[in-house]
Design a binder for this molecule. Structure first.
Ligand code: URP
Ligand code: ZN
Ligand code: ZN
Length: 461
């Protein structure tokens, strides 16, 4: 089967040029001058549109057990929603429960996702129980294509690891060529502030933000960077939200250390003012790290321009407002942490292009090419080039849309971006050569998506 995508502007991490793309079966066969090829079984007209590599969301949590409940999107619903928004690969997190092994955890996650996903997927491993077996199993995971491990400096008693445990895992990561991904917030200090707030009768959602100050994200980020420096391991800071954390990353990178960071759309567009919405509305915006004061946003956009922030992921972790966020109505610390977003990352970052915050090339680089490189998927993913998987998005940069829970496809009863006016919209999505989204709707299927065993990080400073 030969599909010709013609008349569009092909985007990459280095620029944009008019070109046609020939897809043969599952892969890209050629990228040619416009009009050079005419013969194909199927022609997609991309006149006036962008043709870009499918988005890679390197941070999602489908059906994740957390906060006494489970995130509301399954692998089936969440990957379909991702496809609607132009994301063709997710890397989700398998979650080691304390007392469990990494091997058993990975098996469980394969069981959950296998045969369900509409797009290709990989796994990172959350390590919450560092011991000799776990450390040994990091080798097995890497051999099985899980080459990145998330650790937590937050959530004592749940996912939290001590500095010593982090150090040991980093040594193993260094030895096996894997990547440690860090949730960098000082959870010990935060838990104290949370207890004090609750004791003083402050139970509303905004206290989630007030008890997790940005300086404690900065402190933990700097500490993680030091631990990585001692061990010689590369480090990837997840969901960076605070100017203080960004400064620590920038300083380390300026010094030549292999430190990378991602931010998420919610930190670029939403703020603690959303957490402070009247009544219990703020619960919709409870995630960790918390939404910050608006002043942080300009720093984050700058970080995206300078490459101190290399990746944009969503940290998609949806909990329904009516039934799940409700768990914390009388106690903000019991509100399940997480927000929905997997469907809107490409659109929201395109707004950064429209607003002149980032270039088209940076849009593609932060949302597709760098995540592919960072997590061992390049050049199979993250680029439109001969031999690459034909994961391709045709994007109409002039279409208008308004984001709303009424129209989104995520399995959650609210939108964090309700009423946001967006310029640009996904027109067509191909996953390994198959059209899964088109102007007539979703034509993909659960089970089309394949597990992606990943190589090691390829993107060192
Ligand atoms: N971010 C969040 O609040 N929930 C998902 C788990 C995590 O990434 O820490
Ligand atoms: Zn986290
Ligand atoms: Zn997360």
């Amino acid at each position: 089967m030969r599909t010709l995508i013609k008349g569009g502007t092909v985007l990459s991490a280095t620029g944009a040029s008019p070109a046609d793309v020939l897809v043969e079966d599952e892969t890209v066969a050629a990228v040619t001058a416009p009009g050079f090829l005419t013969d194909a079984d199927h022609i997609l007209d991309a006149t006036g549109k962008y043709v870009l590599p499918g988005g890679i969301d390197a941070h999602t949590h489908m059906e994740m057990p957390f906060g006494g409940t489970q995130s509301a999107d399954t692998f089936a619903t969440g990957t379909e929603a991702a496809a609607w928004g132009g994301t063709t690969t997710i890397i989700d997190f398998a979650v080691q429960a304390k007392g469990s092994t990494l091997t058993a955890t990975l098996d469980r996650w394969h069981h959950k996702a296998g045969g369900e996903c509409a797009i290709d997927y990989g796994f990172h491993m959350i390590v919450s129980d560092v011991n000799d077996t776990t450390l040994k199993e990091m080798e097995t995971c890497a051999e099985a294509g899980v080459t990145s491990f998330k650790m937590f400096m937050a959530y004592p008693g749940v996912f939290y690891s001590t500095d010593g445990e982090i150090l040991r895992a980093m040594q193993k990561a260094r030895e096996t060529g894997s990547m440690i991904m860090m949730h960098a917030e000082n959870g010990i200090a935060i838990d104290e502030l949370v207890a004090q707030a609750l004791a003083a009768g402050r139970s509303e959602p905004v206290n989630h933000g007030l008890t997790r100050p940005s300086s404690l994200e900065g402190e933990a980020t700097a500490r993680a960077i030091r631990l990585a420096q001692v061990t010689g391991a590369p480090l990837y800071i997840v969901h960076l939200s605070a100017a203080e954390a960004l400064s620590a990353v920038a300083e380390a990178r300026d010094g030549g250390q292999n430190v990378f960071a991602e931010t998420c759309p919610q930190y670029l567009y939403l703020s603690i003012e959303d957490l402070a919405r009247p009544g219990f509305e703020g619960a919709k915006y409870v995630a960790s790290p918390p939404l910050r004061e608006k002043r942080h946003q300009a720093d984050l956009w700058r970080g995206l321009r300078t490459n101190d922030l290399s990746v944009v992921s969503t940290d998609h972790c949806p909990f329904c407002f009516k039934e799940q966020k409700e768990l914390g109505r009388d106690d903000f610390s019991k509100i399940p942490n997480g927000m929905p977003g997997v469907e809107h990352r490409m659109d929201l970052l395109h707004q950064g292009v429209v607003a002149g915050e980032i270039s088209l090339a940076r849009w593609v680089e932060t949302c597709s090419t760098t995540p592919a490189r960072m997590f061992g998927l390049y050049p199979r993913k993250g680029v439109i080039a001969p031999g690459s998987d034909a994961d391709i998005v045709i994007y109409d940069p002039n279409a208008k849309q308004v984001l709303s829970a009424e129209t989104h496809h995520m399995n959650v009863d609210y939108s964090a971006y309700e009423g946001f006016e967006i310029t640009g919209k996904v027109d067509t999505v191909l996953s390994r050569g198959t059209v899964i989204v088109s102007p007539s709707g979703f034509s993909g299927r659960g089970g089309h998506g394949k597990f992606l065993p990943r190589e090691h990080c390829q993107y060192l400073t």
